[in-house]
Design a protein around this ligand. Sequence first.
Ligand SMILES: NC(=O)c1ccc[n+]([C@@H]2O[C@H](COP(=O)([O-])OP(=O)(O)OC[C@H]3O[C@@H](n4cnc5c(N)ncnc54)[C@H](O)[C@@H]3O)[C@@H](O)[C@H]2O)c1
Ligand SMILES: CC(C)(O)[C@@H](O)C(=O)O
Ligand SMILES: [Mg+2]
Ligand SMILES: [Mg+2]
Length: 348
Amino acid sequence: MAKLNFGGVEENVVTREEYPLDKAQQTLKDEVVAVIGYGVQGPGQALNLKDNGISVIVGQRQNSKSWDKAVADGFVPGETLFEIEEALQKGTIICYLLSDAAQIEYWPLVKENLTAGKALYFSHGFGITFNDQTSIVPPENVDVFLVAPKGSGTSLRRMFLQNRGLNSSYAIFQDATGKAFDRVVSLGIAIGSGYLFETDFQKEVYSDLTGERGTLMGAIQGIFAAQYEVLRKKGHSPSEAFNETVEELTQSLMPLVAENGMDWMYANCSTTAQRGALDWWKRFRDATAPIFEELYDSVATGKEAGYSIESNSKPDYRVDLDAELAELRDSEMWQAGKTVRSLRPENN
Ligand SMILES: NC(=O)c1ccc[n+]([C@@H]2O[C@H](COP(=O)([O-])OP(=O)(O)OC[C@H]3O[C@@H](n4cnc5c(N)ncnc54)[C@H](O)[C@@H]3O)[C@@H](O)[C@H]2O)c1
Ligand SMILES: CC(C)(O)[C@@H](O)C(=O)O
Ligand SMILES: [Mg+2]
Ligand SMILES: [Mg+2]
C-alpha cells in the first residue's frame, strides 16, 4: 500500500497501479457478488463490476421500478437478477446497497444468509456505526468492510464509461477470513474507483453525513438562495441573479478549481475579483463555522441518523420527498436555471 503525502500528512492509499484490475479479477474469480438494491449506487456499481468481468447478480424486489431498470440495464431474471432472498443465498459477497433506512428492515433476512466465510459489503458506515438505532450487528465469522464512492452512483458509472475513476474510501470492520483486505480492495477497483483511501466506518459516516448536509449539498443550496434573493431584492433580473450565483460557478469557475485548485481559479480571474474574493472569504468562513460545528455534533450524536431513519422508513416517504424536491424545482431561482440551461449552445 502506498503512503502519500496529503498537505503534509501521510496517508495509506491503494492505487490502480499497485492493484490493477487483473489482480482484482483474480482475487474475485470464485466469488459471486450479489448487489442488493438497485437505486443509485446499485446500478453504478453492478454495471461497472459486470463490465470489469466480475460475476455479479442483482437482488431487488420484483414489481418495482428498480427491477424494471435492472432488466433494461441487461440483468436477466432468473440468471443474474433475483428476488432479494434468492440473491442473498447465491452471493458470496453481499453488497448491501438498499437505502440506509431499508437496510434495517431487511437485516434479519441478510443475517440469516450470512454463512461462514461470506463477506458483507457496505458503501456507507451508517448501519454499523449507528447500530444502536439500526440493530445491524454482523456475525463474527464473516468479513465486513466498505467501499464508499465519494460521489453519486450516476457519476461512478459515467466516469467509468469515460475511462476515468471516482475516488472512494475503504474500511475493514471485521476480517474473519484473513482475505478481507484483498476482497475489499478488489471490489473497490472493480466498481471503478480511481484510487482508494483508507478510513474506518465511523469516520466515513461522520464525514459523509457532514459533507452532504454541508458544502456538497445543503450549504451550497443555502448560500445560492441567500445571494440570489439579495440580488433579486436589489432589483436584478432572474437571469442576472442566476448567472452570477450558479451558472458561472458550475460552467466556468468550478471546472477550473477541479483542474488546479482555488488559487489557480482566482489567478485566472481579474485582479479586481481576486482582491474582493480574498477580502471576503474569511468572513464567510467565520460566519458559517458555528453552523458546521452544530452540524458535526448533530451527526456525531446520532441525531442526523435518527432523522434520516425516521423519515425514510415511512411507507410513503417518497411522497414527502418528492414534494420537497418540487419546492426546490419550482422556486424562481431553479426555474430561471431551467431557462438558462436551455440557452447553452450545446443544448440546442
Ligand atoms: N447515492 C449515492 O450516490 C451514494 C454514494 C455513496 C454511498 N451511498 C450509500 O449507498 C447505499 C445505497 O444508496 P443509494 O443512494 O443507492 O440508495 P437509495 O437511498 O436510493 O435506495 C436504494 C434502493 O433501496 C430501495 N429501497 C428503499 N426503501 C426500500 C424498502 N422499504 N424496501 C426495499 N427496498 C427499498 C430502493 O428501491 C432502491 O433500490 C447507502 O448506504 C448510501 O448511503 C450512496
Ligand atoms: C453522493 C453523496 C452525497 O456523496 C452520497 O454520500 C449520498 O449519500 O448519496
Ligand atoms: Mg451520503
Ligand atoms: Mg458521500
